[in-house]
Design a protein around this ligand. Structure first.
Ligand code: HEM
Length: 338
């Protein structure tokens, strides 16, 4: 994670203007591809195909889901996304082809790459059978898609909030310099980067990348005097819960300091759930927290990120919560080293 973040920073310059959303998306995509497939997308001709296919897939899916939600609200016939249609089908095919080619390559090679694909290829069911190509494709695509846009959004919102709260940014910078003294972070530094960890939690509270999820009750359920029938779709929003003054004093204020162990221990179970909950809890939650803290520390040590037009930044509640049109920033290289 740190190696890729550092490599990206090599290309950043003082006073450079940048679309931070794109930069973070690129970085987290490189990290997840390395973790899952042991493939470094940097300079790889497949990188462009992958990112084009993923972008189309996410855009089309988000567009169709939003239309479906709107149709539900207006009580119109719902048109759900079917991967049999034009651009969506093409993107799915493109991604499938790339992934199945990788799987075939790796089956033929038979070497352990120490990545998730190797673990999946090794996995055996009770009857000793391994995973089929279709199962592998499903697992890999899910991890790949779920595992990068969310963290990219968390990082992008982090730098937006830091740019608006100079006192928090100064404290973060002081911690990073104190703990790292100019070198790159490692996983052993994390227990000492406590304020960095508090910032990550507070960002996920105010801008939860998964801002809405849904569940279906298996049986009729009485919620006070409202009957929710079995099979109904119930929307649950981390965005709404995380901004409830009943749980969070000054709920709209960006206050990483609120995340003390005592405060967390006193929170009701689902007052904070950026990673969902229950059996479908995010499988990558620890991976994401590690990645967000390490990347934030790496960047914050070297650059101050300015948002020249903060009034233009609005959340776009698409499939994930991103800044509408991306986050345009100006980079300032830090002169004060350790
Ligand atoms: C800040 C970053 C992340 C956030 C906010 C996030 C959030 C979530 C949420 C809310 C769910 C549950 C969705 C539901 O219940 O309907 C989920 C599921 C999932 N996440 Fe994440 N996630 C993040 C990062 C990651 C990463 C890095 C990975 C992979 C390495 C990952 C892999 C998954 C997978 C595979 C599922 C589906 C689990 C299942 O259904 O059993 N996520 N995530």
């Amino acid at each position: 994670m740190v190696r890729f973040a550092d490599r990206q920073l090599q290309g950043w310059q003082d006073e450079q203007d940048l679309n931070l959303s794109e930069a973070m998306m690129h970085l987290t995509m490189e990290i997840i591809t390395q973790t899952v497939f042991d493939v470094d997308l940097h300079g790889d001709p497949r990188a462009q195909h992958v990112s084009r296919a993923v972008n189309t897939l996410l855009d089309e899916y988000a567009h169709q889901m939003t239309s479906a939600v709107r149709a539900l609200m207006e009580r119109l016939p719902v048109h759900l996304p079917v991967p049999g249609e034009g651009r969506l089908r093409k993107a799915v095919q493109e991604l499938d082809t790339l992934i199945l080619a990788l799987v075939a390559e790796r089956r033929a090679e038979g070497r352990d790459h120490g990545d998730l694909l190797s673990m999946f290829l090794d996995a055996r069911d009770e009857d000793r059978s391994g995973m089929t190509d279709a199962q592998l494709r499903d697992e890999l695509v899910t991890l790949f898609l779920a595992g990068h846009e969310t963290t990219a959004n968390a990082l992008t919102w982090s730098f937006f909030l830091l740019s608006q709260h100079s006192e928090v940014e100064a404290k973060l910078h002081a911690e990073v310099l104190d703990v790292l003294g100019g070198r790159l972070p490692t996983v052993q530094d994390l227990p000492h980067l406590t304020y960095t960890g508090q910032i990550v939690k507070e960002v996920l509270r105010l801008y939860p990348p998964v801002w809405w999820l849904s569940r279906e009750p298996q049986a009729d359920w009485h919620c006070d005097d409202v009957l929710v029938p079995a099979g109904a779709e119930v929307g649950i929003s981390p965005w709404v819960m995380h901004r409830d003054a009943g749980f969070y004093p000054e709920p709209l204020a960006f206050q990483p300091e609120r995340w003390t162990p005592e405060f967390e221990a006193g929170l009701p179970r689902y007052a904070y759930f950026p990673f969902g909950g229950g059996p479908r809890l995010c499988i990558g939650n620890n991976f994401a927290l590690l990645e967000a803290a390490l990347v934030m520390a790496t960047i914050a040590q070297r650059f101050h990120v300015e948002v020249p037009e903060p009034h233009r930044v609005t959340p776009d509640p698409s499939l994930t919560l991103r800044p509408k049109g991306g986050l345009r920033v100006r980079l300032h290289e830090r002169k004060e080293k350790a």
